[in-house]
Design a protein around this ligand. Sequence first.
Ligand code: BMA
Length: 326
Amino acid sequence: MLRRSHENPVLTRADVPASTGLVDPSSVFNPGAVELGGRVHLMLRVQARSRATSLVMASSLDGRRFEVAPKVVELEGLEREARSLHHVYDARLTRVRADDGGEAVVVIFAADMDDACRLGVARSRDLERFEFLGFSETPSRNGVLFPEKVGGRWLRLERPNLVVDGAGVATGDAVRLAWSDDLVTWELDDTPLFEGRWRYWDELIGPGPPPIRTTRGWLCLYHGVATHFASANIYQAGAVLLDGADPSRVIGRTWDNLLEPRELYEQVGQVPNVVFPSGAVVRGLEPGATACDDDELLVYYGAADTCVGLAMAKVGQLVEACLADR
Ligand code: BMA
């Protein structure tokens, strides 16, 4: 269903210039993605040999051949956070029409603190400067903003960390909606939007790239983890379709995964057997516009927590896959 690019992996650690200060990094993965000014921009998670994580931008005209920026992203204002921040990672990028009528890119990222992982929000006009807006308190990961307001409020998907896995790590098996007026304070829905399916490919789950408005509802890719009774964690990609007018209603969901680790660069690496979709772009789609069935979706994913892969599918095919299995 999702066809891999022949150019995969589209980004590896060898693409990171030394000017970033990240000399000989270990891995480049889990990118956020957005189109701006006719180019596809990725916000990469780059891991140094210390395992410290940095965010670095990359951009491309054709969405396939990327040039990595010479510097690390600075989130202006993040230094005001009093708690110790160990890692800032897995950014999701959404292009929105801002309240003043202009455009902005909103970044939602995970931040590992001493006691928990929390979601932070930052905003940029030009992908050069990023203004940090704040953290929400609920331990959570995989925050993904919708590209337009719903009922006058900002809406995001997130995956609160309410499950502790066999290794004692907080993770989650339910995706929820959260609502906000200012992008900083978020009200989490009490009930899950969709949950993991134990014994199948998506036991643990988390939202992937931002939802895409289609003629038949909001198309949302997500990742699912098969734990094989705690013997292995295999990360795969699938999709749900949410009602276009009422995104709290799931109207379809793929029963099979759409992409699973099959290529060597997905099966072998820092964390084996991982495809982790985190960015998606329909070229030329403006914020608030509806994708057509024939539009091609470019999906950027982390492979084995080591490099970045690209896979493509027609929007309509992904929608059909959700509806076929409802
Ligand atoms: C998840 C997150 C991702 C990572 C994945 C596979 O829990 O930490 O950043 O890609 O595990 O290791």
